[in-house]
Design a protein around this ligand. Structure first.
Ligand SMILES: [Zn+2]
Length: 408
């Protein structure tokens, strides 16, 4: 398709646009609104963007016409939390955990060791394989963190590789304290905020910190975020994953875009998330893979917090790249409606990345969209584990799957 050509997608059984009225305001097609869906719809793509949406019976002419025969079209998923630059795998650790056996070797530091030892080509090949896997499953935007290098050159290398596949690159030098700094964690924070940041900031958009007992405390986390912000990066935080703690408060005080995990929240934390722009990003693949209690999405939504869903794809605690799987978990295990879960995986992810051009299909949005082999978004949770992503468009280009209806 050349830039000048337009494509009409018609016969859409359900078009999820997320361009409904935001709470307390008028719909604005330049950014996501509330969940909204239309039946018997059509959509026109031109110059990589959504040019028109409306009833199929009123669709304008276009250069190319695709009839999707009653299937659903959704915005592409925005996965706002992933760790894809790594080497090695930890299936034995997972199997031991599921069997209730202790597992000594490895953990994050095992991945750090493998990542440091890997060639650029090996890291790039693994990263590209995972990025392609995400795209086939409908993820058209994803965030990617460093955090398995933990030396100046290894973190800088991880971010340069991440920047090859996504603009949403996150500096996570403050993932864990590496073994060589075990006796001097303050020295490691100095490195993260000094020479490592200098080497990493040019390739990154975001700075993140794992604020948790055993990782980085509130003061250290605030120091890391402030240093990153002084270097032009925007903040996001790994918060309240393993127990109650200061992560959400630190995120709010730093003006972070997102507090991620939010598994163990006090009432004060919920109030903070509801009363500030910090998005609560929930990562149910982690609780599934670690056999832990799921985050309380219902409590956050009822309080008025903005909730996003993301995979946390990483080789240890959540080795899934599937947003449909996370949607199914959110609906089945976390009390979210199908509408809320799909919104959280699209518009919610966009909010967590402070993007207005994705996560919705209002006129002017980037034409990132998914064709489901199903008549409605509900099927993402109703048929868990079943591949239902028929086709994926990114900026108006068909990049995965086919629009041919095999069921017809
Ligand atoms: Zn993470």
């Amino acid at each position: 398709m050349s830039d000048a050509e337009s494509t009409l997608i018609t016969g859409i059984g359900e078009l999820v646009s997320n361009d409904g009225e935001p709470s307390g305001g008028q719909p604005d097609s330049s950014q996501p609104g509330s969940f909204a869906a239309m039946t018997d719809a059509a959509l026109v793509i031109a110059r990589g963007k959504v040019a028109w949406t409306g009833p199929a019976s009123r669709a304008p002419a276009a250069d190319t016409v695709v009839d999707v025969a009653g299937r659903a079209v959704l915005p592409g998923f925005a996965d706002s939390h992933a760790h894809l630059v790594f080497a090695g795998e930890r299936s034995a650790e997972f199997a031991a955990r599921m069997a209730g056996r202790p597992y000594r070797a490895g953990g994050i530091l095992g991945t750090v060791e493998a990542t440091r030892a890997a060639s650029d080509a090996a890291l790039r090949a693994n990263l590209r394989r995972l990025a392609a896997e995400m795209l086939r499953q409908g993820t058209t935007t994803f965030e990617c963190k460093s955090g398995y290098g933990l030396t100046v050159p290894d973190e800088a290398r991880g971010l340069a590789l991440a920047a090859e596949v996504t603009p949403e690159v996150t500096y996570l030098g403050a993932h864990v304290v590496p073994p060589e700094f075990a006796a001097d964690p303050a020295g490691y924070v100095d490195l993260v905020c000094g020479p490592m940041l200098d080497a990493c900031a040019p390739a990154a958009r975001w700075v993140d910190v794992f604020c948790e007992d055993g990782a980085f405390g509130a003061d250290e986390a605030a120091t890391v975020l402030a240093a990153g912000q002084a270097a032009g990066l925007h903040a996001r935080v790994h918060a309240n994953q393993l127990g109650p703690g200061p992560g959400v408060r630190v995120a709010a005080e730093a003006g972070a875009a997102s507090a991620d995990h939010c598994t163990f929240l006090t009432d004060d934390d919920v109030d903070t998330l509801a009363s500030t722009p910090v998005v609560a990003t929930l990562l149910p693949g982690v609780e599934f893979s670690c056999r832990q209690p799921f985050p309380q999405a219902r409590r956050l939504l009822d309080a008025g917090a903005v909730v996003a869903l993301a995979t946390d794809c990483n080789p240890g605690s959540s080795f899934t790249s599937s947003m449909p799987f996370c949607i199914a978990l959110a609906v089945r295990e976390m009390g979210m409606t199908t509408e809320e879960a799909v919104w959280a995986a699209t518009a919610g992810g966009a909010r967590a990345l402070r993007r207005t051009d994705i996560g919705h299909l209002g006129v002017g949005a980037r034409a990132d969209l998914i064709l489901l082999d199903a008549p409605s978004h509900t099927y993402l949770a109703y048929r868990p584990g079943v591949p239902q992503i028929a086709a994926v468009w990114q900026a108006g280009n068909l990049v995965a799957g086919t629009t041919v209806n095999n069921a017809a």
